[in-house]
Design a protein around this ligand. Structure first.
Ligand SMILES: [Zn+2]
Length: 107
């Protein structure tokens, strides 16, 4: 049952940080996202065919998370993403995680 196995696997396969290795004097820390990201598996990934001069094929997969983005003067809209299109984020212990770059000598 590969599907079940994939869903229950612990999140030990974090995506690689965007520099590998980090620049000298810095290291990466995994931190949880703030309120603008939340778990939501009821939507469809918004990564779509709208791609300017070079349209991409739509993703169309089930979302795992949504990003609340400002819309208009005081509205917000949910932008849903599947696990492949969260820009390096990942889900761990029910939280949406991402890497931050920190200076080694911090205080
Ligand atoms: Zn996607």
């Amino acid at each position: 049952m590969p599907l079940v196995a994939a869903m229950t696997e612990p999140a030990d396969d974090r995506p690689a940080p965007w520099y590998d290795p980090p620049p000298a004097g810095f290291h990466f820390e995994a931190v949880a996202e703030g309120d603008d990201w939340e778990l939501d598996s009821t939507r469809t990934c918004r990564r779509s065919a709208v791609g300017g001069r070079f349209p991409r094929p739509g993703c169309g997969r089930q979302s795992v998370a949504v990003l609340w983005r400002k819309y208009g003067a005081n509205g917000r809209r949910r932008w849903a993403y599947c696990e492949d299109h969260m820009y390096g984020r990942w889900i761990e212990d029910g939280k949406i995680m991402h890497w931050i770059l920190k200076a080694d000598e911090d205080g």
